[in-house]
Structure formats: structure tokens, C-alpha cells
Design a protein around this ligand. Structure first.
Ligand code: PLP
Length: 363
């Protein structure tokens, strides 16, 4: 077997034991004579997996019964539409804080499909480039907004909210696609959280949504059934045929996360990985240039530049030849991006650091 060091930004690395479990159970799931994909979504075998995925999400995050946990299709991008369609009242408005390409997309979609306004309450972008998270004092929040939307980690630019904004009484909604469960956090600060599964908790095409029940009750009903939080909550994410295999894989990731010691242990590992990589960058600022403001640095996507684009090209080619893949920065920013999601090991991180030293010495 030749697994290589995978730093893909998404879909991204999955824990090896999770893949091995899926391989063992692929042909026959839990003595049932068929794979999980071949089971009815209304049958007992699948239902146990489905409910375990929901229960583990709640357990790992310490969430009580005041939130609905949903597993929906359409990834994070469908949530860009469902949130404004459900929560912006006619003639009302919602606030968006722009910190990167994904928050721009969420805001644009809200402008398109919301039945009111989608304001920009703050933006740290300059000519489409973002290098920091705004301070509380920079937020121009509307106390009458239906919600405030943030992107907790900016996958393209490598910035991350390390403490969440104070929105007064206005529900905070977060796209946590690229840092969901990177550490324990207080879910009760949020009206809604959503995340595409493919960075930290599973395969693509699946989104996990945590939404406060009192918000679900207030959600607009004049939306298509398939886009209705009320219906998905009432039907326990079984209104339509869900992505059963995706949810099974997410269940395996969550069960493995629990086995490791839960989110406190995941945080310890993530801080060790990101800490080591940023230390390597900072030790050589003439060669490795980190464009992101220090306080805003992401623990999940570490972005840096080399002295020239030519060197960056060579770095990426040499890295690939060494079995270090997925390091190319997003097309909007260029440079190098090392994605250190939950499933990326300290060993892989050390391999990339060793390669950086070697490349530096030769350059
Ligand atoms: C990857 C990503 C998305 C897009 O997810 P899809 O599942 O492709 O819709 C949205 N937001 C953030 C922050 C992301 O990192």
C-alpha cells in the first residue's frame, strides 16, 4: 500500500482507520448480507447508522436538545441559498461579514434569493484579497438583522475567526465547512452552523447543519419542501433519500474522533501541526512569506509565498515527486497552501516541514 501525504484543500484526507473500516464493511455491513449503500433508508440497519451520526455530532460538541442536527445534500453551497430563503423576512435584511471568497459567494446568493436585503456589515477585502479577520469595532451591525453570517475559516486565504463576534441578540450563522470540529466550541453562541463534510468530517455532497429549534420554528414555510428546515427537522433528515453512504462515512469519522479522545484531543493535534508549520515559516521570513496577519492565521489552511512564482512552481513539482500532494494555493491567491484538516497527521506535517528545509537549502 502506498498512501501519500495528502494536503488537498477539499475533498481532503480522511483518517486511514476510517477508510479501513469502510473497506472491511463494504461488501457486507454488520452481518446484514449487503453493503450499507444497498439498504433502505427506512430500514433498521441504516436508521441505526443515521441516528448514531446525529448522536455523535451532539455528543462531541456537547449539544443539547435545543438544536436540530441535520444531514442534507447540496454541500455548503445549498446552505448559501437555504439560509436566506428561510430566514430573511419580506423587506427585512441579514448581515454578512466578508472575509474571503466563500463569504462573498454566500452573500451574493443571499442577494439573489433572499426576499429582503443582504447587507455587508464588514469586509476586510482589498481588491479581492483578504489577509485578516475584522475586529469587533469594525463591524457595522444592524440590530434589526434577521441574522449575521460569518465564514469561520477562510479556506482560500488561510484566515480564521479565533473568537466569534458579539452580535447582541441577533442570531449568528456560520459556514464552518473548513474548520468544523477542529476544536471544542460553544454551539449555543450560534443560531445555525453548517459545514460541507468534505474537509473535516467525511466525503463531499453532504452538509451537516446544526440549527436552533426556535429558529426552525420561525423559518419561512413558503419555500420548496426540499429546502425547508422545518420539513427536514420534522423528518429527521429522511424527508427524501439521504446520502446514506456519505452519512455512514461521516458516522465513521465521528466514531473515530470519539475513540481518539474527542475534540479536545483533536484540538491538541491541530495546534501541534499548525504550530510547527508556522514556526518553520517564521524562522525564515526572507524565504517563506506568510501574507496573513498573525492573529488571523488559520490552523486549517496555512498559506505562504516563496520569493518568486518560478520557485513556487518548482516547490510544487518537487513536493509532488516526494509524495507531498495538494499544496498548490487557490487560483485567486497563488502560492502554497498546506491544508492541515483533522485527518492530516503530525507525521505528514513534519514531512512537509522537512521538505521545506531541504528546498530552502538547495534554492
Ligand atoms: C469548501 C467550502 C465550501 C463549498 O462547499 P460545497 O460542499 O462545495 O458546497 C463552502 N464554504 C467553505 C468555507 C468551504 O471551505
Amino acid at each position: 500500500m502506498a498512501r501519500i501525504h495528502n494536503f488537498n484543500p477539499g475533498p481532503a484526507a480522511l483518517p486511514l482507520p476510517v477508510l479501513e473500516r469502510a473497506a472491511r464493511e463494504m461488501i457486507e455491513h454488520a452481518g446484514s448480507g449487503m453493503s450499507i449503500m444497498e439498504h433502505s433508508h427506512r430500514g433498521k440497519v441504516y436508521e441505526a447508522v443515521h441516528n448514531e451520526a446525529i448522536a455523535l455530532t451532539k455528543e462531541l460538541l456537547g449539544v443539547g436538545n435545543d438544536y436540530d442536527v441535520l444531514f442534507l445534500q447540496g454541500g455548503a453551497s445549498l446552505q448559501f441559498a437555504m439560509v436566506p430563503m428561510s430566514f430573511i423576512p419580506d423587506g427585512g435584511s441579514a448581515d454578512y461579514i466578508l472575509t474571503g471568497g466563500w463569504s462573498e459567494k454566500a452573500h451574493k446568493e443571499a442577494q439573489r434569493v433572499g426576499r429582503g436585503k443582504a447587507r455587508v456589515a464588514a469586509s476586510t477585502g482589498k481588491d479581492g484579497v483578504y489577509t485578516r479577520i475584522p475586529k469587533q469595532s469594525e463591524l457595522n451591525l444592524d440590530p434589526g438583522a434577521a441574522y449575521v453570517h460569518i465564514t469561520s475559516n477562510n479556506t482560500l486565504f488561510g484566515t480564521q475567526w479565533h473568537s466569534f463576534p458579539d452580535t447582541g441578540g441577533v442570531p449568528l450563522v456560520a459556514d464552518m465547512s473548513s474548520d468544523f470540529m477542529w476544536r471544542p466550541f460553544d454551539v449555543s453562541r450560534f443560531g445555525q452552523i453548517y459545514a460541507g463534510a468534505q474537509k473535516n468530517i467525511g466525503p463531499s455532497g453532504l452538509a451537516v447543519v446544526l440549527v436552533r429549534k426556535t429558529l426552525v420554528e420561525k423559518a419561512r414555510a413558503d419555500v420548496p419542501n426540499i429546502l425547508s428546515y422545518k420539513i427536514h427537522a420534522k423528518e429527521n433528515s429522511l424527508y427524501n433519500t439521504p446520502n446514506t453512504f456519505g452519512i455512514y462515512m461521516a458516522r465513521n469519522v465521528l466514531a473515530y474522533t470519539k475513540e481518539l479522545g474527542g475534540l479536545a484531543e483533536i484540538e491538541r493535534r491541530n495546534r501541534a501541526k499548525a504550530g510547527a508549520l508556522y514556526a518553520a515559516i517564521d524562522a525564515d521570513p526572507d524565504f517563506f512569506r506568510a501574507p496573513v496577519e498573525k492573529e488571523s492565521r488559520s490552523t486549517m489552511n496555512v498559506v505562504f509565498r516563496l520569493p518568486s512564482e518560478e520557485l513556487e512552481k518548482k516547490f510544487l513539482a518537487d513536493a509532488t515527486a516526494r509524495g507531498l500532494v495538494g499544496l498548490k494555493g487557490h487560483r485567486s491567491t497563488g502560492g502554497i497552501r498546506v491544508s492541515l484538516y483533522n485527518a492530516v497527521t503530525l507525521e505528514s506535517t513534519q514531512a512537509v516541514i522537512a521538505f521545506m528545509h531541504e528546498f530552502r537549502t538547495q534554492a
